[in-house]
Design a protein around this ligand. Structure first.
Ligand code: 3PY
Ligand code: ZN
Length: 643
C-alpha cells in the first residue's frame, strides 16, 4: 500500500521531489494507514460474511436492523428542543468535584436536601442483562444526549467490574479508549467505576503496586469515583484498593457487601456484623460509604434498618446504596434507603432496568415524588430511554430471556450478573432441567464453603463448585468424602489457598486441608504480601519488543491485569484493526449481498462498503474470496471458510 500511495502521489509523479519528500509528506503515511485499516475491516466483514459472527455468547441475530435513532430532548419547562451543542446548564456534580476536591464534594453531596441517583446503565445494567456486551460505539452515540438529560445525576457508573475484561476478550475493544472517549463527551457528570479491591478488575489478587498503577491510569483517563469492595469484606484486601484511590486523588467509596437476608434469624451476616465492618471502613477513611446489595436480597425493611442505623451512628457520612431488582423489590428498597438517610442510590434507564439489573430510574423518581428531591428531570429521563429500548433490540442476541422477578434469590442469593449468566449457560448447554439443580447446588456449595459473602470473585467460586457438582453428580457428602481425590475447578482451589483473602469466620476445615492436599499452600495473610511487586520497566520492555514503541501505561495496566486476554486482543487488532468503530449490527451480522454500510474509521475518514459477492470455496485452500466495493472501488479479501 505504501508503494501504491507513493506512485499515485502527484508531487512524486511530477518528479518535483527531493530527499526530504517522505518526511514532508506525512499524508502519505496517513493514506497508507487508512488503507490498511480499511483492508483489515474488510477482512473482518469478509469473515462474518462467510462464517457468521464469532462473538461468544451470541445466539441469533440483532432484532434491530436499522441505525438506532437518537432521541431529541426537550426543555422540561418550555418544551423547546434542546441543542446538544450548547453547554449543559446548570453545572453538574463533576464541576463541583473538580472545583472543591473529593472531601468537600462528599460534604456537599451529604448536604444536598434529598437523595441523588447514580445511573448504572453503562456498566452494571448491561453486565446484568446483556452479558456485558454493550459496545463503545453505542455508548458514544448516546453520550452527548445523556450528558444533558442526566446533568443532575450523582454519577454514571460506566467502567470497571466485568466491562474491562469483556471489552478486550469478547468485543476486541480497548477499555481505556472507551473511557477517554466517553469522558470527552460527558464533562459534567462524575464517572464511577467498580474496583474489586486487591483484585483490581480481575478474579484474584494482584501485587499492590499493580493496583496502584491501574487505579492511577483509571483516574487519569477519566474515572472520578471508585466504588471499592472486597468480595469477602476482608478489610485488608479492601484497604489495598482504597489506598490506591487515595494516592491517585480519586473519590473513595469504600464499600460493605451485603449478602443474604439479615432479617432472617440466625444469619451469619446480621446487622451487628455489617455495623462492625462499617466501623472499620470509617476508621480506614473514605469519602463515601458504599452498601453493595449485589444479589438484590436487601428487603426494604433491611434497607431502612441498615441505612438508618449507620445514619444514626455517623450523621456526616455520605452513604451510597447499590442494589439489583432480581426479586422485584429494588424500587421499594432504594426508596426505603433514601428515606432512612441514604445520599445516593443506584438505578438504571427504564429499558435497561428490572430483574437482574438495577431498578428503573423513572419508577424510583415516581416513588420519591413529593418526598425526596433527586435532581433529575422525569421527562428527560423518559426521552433518553427511547434509545435504550432500541439497544435492547440491537443486543437481543445476548438476552438471557428472563421472564420475571425471581424471589427465590432470597434463598439462593446469586448476584444479579451471575444469575443471568448461569441461566444463559444452562440454556446453552441444553440443561434447562439442570438449572433447578444448579440453583439447589449453589446453596449447598455456599454452605460447604462456609457461607460466603457472594460477589465476584467469590460468587464465581460458589457457582463453579455448584456446576462441578451438577456435572459430576456429586452430593454434599460426596464432596466432603472425596475432597482429596477430586479435581476441583481452579477458582475453588484459588479461594481455598487464600488468593481471594480470608472469609469472615475463617476457612471451612477439614475441607480446606483435604481440597488443597499438597497441591497448594495455605496463605495465612493477604495474598499481596506474598506476591512479587511488578517490575514495570521489564514489563514495558517486553511489550515494546512485541508491539513497538507506542505501548502506553494503559497497555501495561491491561497486560498486567489480563496477560493472555491482552495478547489475544492485540492479535485481533493486528488482524482486523480497531473494530470498536464498526456499527454493532455489522459487528454481529453479515452484510447481505448488495447491502451497503457506512463507517467512520477516523475523524474525516468515512468508508462506504458494499458486499458484492462471495466466491466459491477453493478445494485446495479451503478459502473463499469475498468481493466488496469500497468507496466505489472493487476490493476483495480471502477468508478461511470455517463452516
Ligand atoms: C463485578 O465485580 O463485576 C460486579 O458487578 C459485582 O457485583
Ligand atoms: Zn451490581
Amino acid at each position: 500500500p505504501f508503494l501504491l500511495a507513493l506512485l499515485t502521489n502527484e508531487t512524486f509523479i511530477s518528479g518535483n521531489c527531493w530527499t526530504t519528500f517522505i518526511d514532508d509528506t506525512p499524508s502519505l503515511f496517513q493514506m497508507v494507514s487508512s488503507q490498511n485499516r480499511a483492508t483489515k475491516l474488510l477482512n473482518y466483514l469478509g469473515d462474518v460474511a462467510v462464517n457468521g459472527s464469532s462473538i461468544k455468547g451470541q445466539v441469533g441475530l440483532p432484532k434491530l436492523t436499522t441505525d438506532a435513532s437518537i432521541p431529541t430532548l426537550h426543555d422540561p419547562i418550555t418544551g423547546v428542543p434542546i441543542d446538544l451543542d450548547t453547554p449543559v446548564q446548570p453545572r453538574g456534580w463533576r464541576q463541583v468535584l473538580l472545583e472543591v476536591g473529593p472531601e468537600q464534594f462528599a460534604k456537599k453531596v451529604r448536604e444536598f436536601n434529598g437523595t441523588l441517583i447514580t445511573d448504572t446503565t453503562w456498566r452494571d445494567a448491561h453486565q446484568s442483562l446483556l452479558a456485558t456486551r454493550l459496545r463503545t460505539v453505542d455508548l458514544l452515540n448516546i453520550a452527548p444526549t445523556t450528558s444533558h438529560a442526566l446533568n443532575g445525576a450523582f454519577s454514571l457508573e460506566c467502567w470497571g467490574g466485568a466491562t474491562f475484561d469483556v471489552s478486550m476478550r469478547f468485543l476486541h475493544e480497548d477499555p481505556w479508549a472507551r473511557l477517554r472517549k466517553l469522558r470527552e463527551l460527558v464533562p459534567n457528570i462524575p464517572f464511577q467505576m467498580l474496583l474489586r479491591g486487591a483484585n483490581g478488575v480481575a478474579y484474584s489478587s494482584l501485587p499492590d503496586n499493580a493496583i496502584d498503577q491501574f487505579v492511577l491510569q483509571a483516574k487519569e483517563n477519566g474515572v472520578d469515583i471508585f466504588r471499592v469492595f472486597d468480595a469477602l469484606n476482608d478489610l485488608d484486601q479492601l484497604r489495598v484498593g482504597v489506598e490506591a484511590v487515595k494516592k491517585a486523588g480519586g473519590v473513595v467509596e469504600a464499600t460493605v457487601c451485603y449478602s443474604g437476608d439479615m432479617l432472617k434469624p440466625g444469619k451469619k451476616y446480621n446487622l451487628e456484623y455489617y455495623l462492625d465492618v462499617v466501623d472499620k471502613i470509617v476508621d480506614m477513611g473514605t469519602h463515601f460509604l458504599g452498601i453493595k446489595d449485589m444479589a438484590g436480597t436487601m428487603k426494604p425493611r433491611a434497607a431502612s434498618l441498615l441505612v438508618g442505623s449507620i445514619r444514626a451512628k455517623y450523621p456526616n457520612l455520605p452513604i451510597h446504596v447499590h442494589t439489583h431488582d432480581s426479586a422485584g423489590t429494588g424500587v421499594a428498597s432504594m426508596d426505603a434507603a433514601a428515606k432512612a438517610g441514604a445520599d445516593v442510590v443506584d438505578a438504571a434507564s427504564n429499558a435497561m432496568s428490572g430483574m437482574t439489573s438495577q431498578p428503573s430510574i423513572s419508577a424510583l423518581i415516581a416513588s420519591f415524588e413529593g418526598d425526596v428531591n433527586h435532581g433529575l428531570s422525569e421527562s428527560l429521563v423518559r426521552e433518553l430511554d427511547g434509545y435504550w429500548a432500541q439497544m435492547r433490540l440491537l443486543y437481543s442476541c445476548f438476552e438471557a430471556d428472563l421472564k420475571g422477578p425471581d424471589p427465590e434469590v432470597y434463598q439462593h442469593e446469586i448476584p444479579g450478573g451471575q444469575l443471568t449468566n448461569l441461566i444463559f449457560q444452562a440454556q446453552q448447554l441444553g440443561l434447562g432441567e439442570k438449572w433447578l439443580l444448579t440453583k439447589e447446588n449453589y446453596k449447598v456449595a455456599n454452605q460447604l464453603l462456609g457461607d460466603l459473602v457472594k460477589v465476584t470473585p467469590t460468587s464465581k467460586v460458589v457457582g463453579d463448585l455448584a456446576q462441578f457438582m451438577v456435572s459430576n453428580n456429586l452430593t454434599e457428602e460426596d464432596v466432603i468424602k472425596l475432597a482429596p481425590e477430586l479435581d476441583f475447578p481452579d477458582s475453588v482451589l484459588d479461594f481455598m489457598e487464600g488468593l481471594m483473602g480470608t472469609p469472615y469466620g475463617g476457612f471451612p476445615e477439614p475441607l480446606r486441608t483435604n481440597m488443597l492436599g499438597n497441591k497448594r499452600p495455605k496463605l495465612d495473610k493477604r495474598p499481596g504480601l506474598f506476591l512479587k511487586p511488578i517490575d514495570f520497566a521489564t514489563v514495558r520492555e517486553e511489550l515494546v519488543s512485541r508491539y513497538g514503541s507506542g505501548v502506553t501505561e494503559c497497555d501495561i495496566a491491561s497486560y498486567i491485569m489480563y496477560p493472555k486476554v491482552y495478547e489475544a486482543y492485540r492479535k485481533t487488532v493486528d488482524k482486523y484493526g480497531d473494530l470498536s468503530v464498526l456499527p454493532t449490527r455489522y459487528f454481529l451480522k453479515a452484510l447481505e449481498i448488495g447491502e451497503e454500510m457506512v463507517v467512520d474509521i477516523e475523524q474525516g475518514k468515512t468508508l462506504i462498503i458494499k458486499l458484492l459477492a462471495i466466491g466459491e470455496i477453493s478445494k485446495k485452500t479451503g478459502t473463499r474470496e469475498v468481493f466488496f466495493e469500497l468507496n466505489g472501488e472493487m476490493r476483495s479479501v480471502t477468508v478461511d471458510d470455517k463452516t
